[in-house]
Structure formats: structure tokens, C-alpha cells
Design a protein around this ligand. Structure first.
Ligand code: HAM
Length: 422
């Protein structure tokens, strides 16, 4: 009784210290890059009223239909956020954030979707979510795409491909939807079960089908832009966006079947994809959502944003190459009486004051065992303190990664010695 171990919930992962170093590198790079473009951090709750997502994301979407973690909280229906955009827009409306000026904001954290877990797809996953609120674009659409290109470069990621599309405005989408429904009805027998089911609820999603047998019928579907007049606003928006991306040297492919899985989008949609992650190749996705503020009870406010899946970035970076681990500059080994431990701790503090990263051995053990730990830590230096060092007020400094003699230095000179040798 009571001996069975308890395991994490399926699809919800621990990030252990070896991997967390890479997460931190990604987080630092993302934060710095967003700040370089004037995006400021904001934080919204992980739990929101269920109605926010039903109204925001759309009740015909996979997320709202099947994937939400919804629970009753003393009579109020709440949901673990499956994404961040709806919550950010709710916060913007609630706090009048865009009352007198536009806002560039970002947030990061866990999202929850009850999906079938597989590589790159989890039930708790993490996103950076970036939003430009009260910007009509297409300049800001281009800015966000260019910013992502800069982030990939900074992380040393190549092989990321950009796909863009315009899904038009609400009225145009309505026309398109009618044309699509008519076309797919006429081809009903060629649709797989999933698409037959989607025909009435969300025919646009049929375009997104990954079933190879569906590709021919999808390829023949009416395209939005064929239904629009030459001077339609959304057509102009899309061609300006393409011009801005070309001028910035960002390569892209127009994919007329890129529709995205959330209902709030209009005009610009985009995804950065890689072929290195199998079926879960979309690393970042987003687009414009000019109608969402109104849909959630706010004033009409154009906006554009995207989210990056952090787990997918981690997988990619791990696959791309071995990533440099953060290692301490020095590892302090101490054996002998209590004053040796005190000198070891004091030496650690001194070196940290000088900006170095230091691990002071804890938990005792022989000199040999401690030196093994020092070596395994990856530190460039072992600092050794024993009774002799305490008596002479010295610290023995031994290089671990390069040739060189061990020397004894006064504690206050150790930092400078290490710095000089780097
Ligand atoms: P999304 O396409 O649903 O968009 O998710 C964005 C990214 O989150 C995906 O490209 C993927 O990298 C990651 N992601 C999604 N689901 C999972 C999962 N189950 N496991 C691991 N990673 C996942 C949105 O969430 C929108 N809110 C983006 C946005 C912001 N649009 C406008 N502003």
C-alpha cells in the first residue's frame, strides 16, 4: 500500500536541468529580440472564463470542440487557456490598453490542449505569444514576420520556411465559404469522413487536410482571391505585405491552403515551418485578427500577432546540433576541518561578486570524489581548500581544461587570475 509511484499527466512534461539550460537560452534570445522591436511584456491568467475561448476561438474549431480543459468552479465554467491571444485581448479591453495608443506586447507561458500526444505535440506546451494591438498593418504584419526571421538567425536556426496567405475579410470569407461548401458538396463522395463532417461546420478547414487522398479535390477548390475584385482592400493589404517582405529580403511562399485552426483570423495568416520535425513542423504561426476585439465586446481594433511553440524550438535546436551547455567557471573542492568549508563558501561568494559562476562542493566526500565532480561539472578551474590552505590563507587554483601548474593564491586574487587566463 502506498508504494506505487505517481507519474506526470500524459502529454505534460518535466523540463529537467540539462534541457532547461536550452530553454533559458531560447527565452533570453526571444525576450531580447522582442524588446529590440519595442514589444513589452504583459502577463495574463492561465485560467479564463470558458466563454472567452468559445467566443474568441470559435465553437466550430477543434480546440473548442475537443481540446479544452474545462471545469466547473463552484458554478462558474472555467478553462485552462489553450492559447494566449483571447486572454490578451480580454485584458486589453478590460484595462483600456489601446484607448489612446497602440500597444506592442508579448507574453510567455504554458497552454493546455487535450490533443493526442506525440513528438512536438503535448497537452501542456509553452508559447511565446506576441501581439500588436491597434495596428492596421500591413507594416506591422511584416515587422512581426521579419522579427521572427531575426530570432531564428540569432538562435542559429536555418532551414525555416515561411508560408503566408490572406484569408480575406469577414464578408469575403463568407462568400468564399459559400463557394467552398458548394464545391465540396458537389464532390462529397471524394471527401474523407473527417472532411464530410467539417463540410457544414467549418469547410475552410478541409483545405488544411493532410490526407494525401484529399489533395486532388483540395487543389480544385475555389480560391478566395479569385472571388475578389482587383481593388479589394484585403488584396491590396496582401500585396503590400509581400512587397515589404521582399524589400526586407525575407523569402516566402504563398500557400493558398494555409487557413490556421482558429476562427478569429482575417487577411494575413502565416506560418514558419520546418521539415525536420515530422508532422508537427509548424514552429510559429499567427496572423491578423481585426474582428476579435468587437467579438469580445470591445471597440473595433485591428490587431496582428503570432505564437511560437517553445517545445518545437527546443526539439529543433537539439536536433540541429549539440548546444553549448552553461558550465561554471570554477568548482570549489574542500576537505578538512570546518574552517575549510567556511573558506570555500567565502571564496565562492568572492568570485560571484566578481561576476563568475561558481559551484561550491556540498555533501562531503573524499578529495578524489570531489575532484571527479569538479571535472564532471565542466568547470575550467578547480579551487582547492584544505587545512594547509586555511593556515596560509591561500586557495589552490588548478586548471582542469588546459595544461598548467596548480598555484596557491590569496583568496582575493583568485578572480583576477581566472579572468586573466580566459
Ligand atoms: P497556434 O497555431 O494554435 O496559434 O499555435 C501556435 C504554435 O504553438 C504552433 O505553431 C506550435 O508551434 C505550438 N503548438 C500548438 N499546439 C501545440 C501542442 N499541442 N504541443 C506543442 N506545441 C503546440 C495560436 O495559438 C495563436 N494564439 C497564435 C496567434 C497569436 N495568433 C495571433 N496572435
Amino acid at each position: 500500500m502506498g508504494t506505487a509511484t505517481i507519474q506526470a499527466v500524459r502529454g505534460m512534461n518535466d523540463v529537467l536541468p540539462d534541457e532547461a539550460a536550452l530553454w533559458q537560452r531560447i527565452e533570453d534570445a526571444a525576450r531580447d529580440t522582442f524588446a529590440q522591436y519595442g514589444y513589452r511584456n504583459l502577463r495574463v491568467p492561465i485560467v479564463e472564463p470558458t466563454a472567452l475561448f468559445v467566443r474568441g476561438i470559435g465553437d466550430g474549431t477543434d480546440i473548442v470542440e475537443h481540446e479544452m480543459y474545462t471545469f466547473d468552479d463552484h458554478g462558474e465554467s472555467l478553462t485552462l487557456r489553450p492559447e494566449a491571444t483571447a486572454g490578451i485581448v480580454r485584458a486589453a479591453i478590460e484595462h483600456h490598453l489601446t484607448y489612446d495608443r497602440p500597444q506592442r506586447v508579448w507574453t510567455a507561458g504554458p497552454m493546455f490542449r487535450h490533443e493526442r500526444p506525440q513528438k512536438g505535440r503535448y497537452r501542456q506546451f509553452h508559447q511565446f505569444d506576441v501581439e500588436a494591438l491597434a495596428f492596421a498593418g500591413p507594416d506591422v504584419d511584416a515587422e512581426q514576420i521579419i522579427m521572427l526571421g531575426r530570432l531564428w538567425k540569432r538562435l542559429g536556426l536555418d532551414g525555416m520556411a515561411l508560408q503566408i496567405n490572406s484569408i480575406g475579410d469577414a464578408r469575403e470569407r463568407h462568400t468564399h465559404r459559400r463557394a467552398l461548401t458548394g464545391y465540396f458538396r458537389a464532390n462529397f463522395a471524394k471527401l474523407d469522413a473527417d472532411s464530410q463532417r467539417r463540410l457544414e461546420s467549418n469547410p475552410l478547414r478541409i483545405l488544411d487536410s493532410k490526407n494525401p487522398e484529399m489533395q486532388a479535390v483540395v487543389a480544385g477548390a475555389p480560391q478566395l482571391f479569385d472571388l475578389l475584385s482587383d481593388d479589394a482592400e484585403s488584396r491590396r493589404h496582401f500585396s503590400e505585405l509581400q512587397g515589404l517582405l521582399q524589400a526586407a529580403g525575407v523569402r516566402f511562399e504563398v500557400n493558398p491552403n494555409l487557413v490556421r485552426g482558429l476562427d478569429y483570423y482575417n487577411r494575413t495568416v502565416f506560418e514558419w515551418v520546418t521539415t525536420r520535425l515530422g508532422a508537427q513542423g509548424t514552429v510559429a504561426g499567427g496572423g491578423r485578427y481585426d474582428g476579435l476585439f468587437e467579438q469580445l465586446g470591445g471597440a473595433p481594433t485591428p490587431a496582428c500577432g503570432f505564437a511560437i511553440g517553445i517545445e518545437r524550438l527546443v526539439l529543433l535546436l537539439r536536433e540541429a546540433r549539440a548546444v553549448g551547455e552553461a558550465v561554471p567557471d570554477a568548482y570549489v573542492v574542500h576537505v578538512g576541518a570546518a574552517p575549510a568549508a567556511a573558506l570555500a563558501l567565502a571564496t565562492g561568494e568572492r568570485l560571484r561578486d566578481a561576476g563568475l559562476a561558481v559551484v561550491v562542493h556540498a555533501g562531503g566526500g573524499s578529495f578524489k570524489v570531489q575532484m571527479k565532480r569538479a571535472d564532471a561539472s565542466g568547470a575550467r578551474w578547480a579551487l582547492i581548500v584544505g587545512d594547509d590552505e586555511v593556515a596560509a590563507n591561500r586557495v589552490a587554483v588548478k586548471p582542469l581544461r588546459a595544461a598548467g601548474e596548480q598555484i596557491a593564491l590569496p583568496p582575493e586574487d583568485v578572480a583576477a587570475h581566472i579572468r586573466a587566463a580566459h
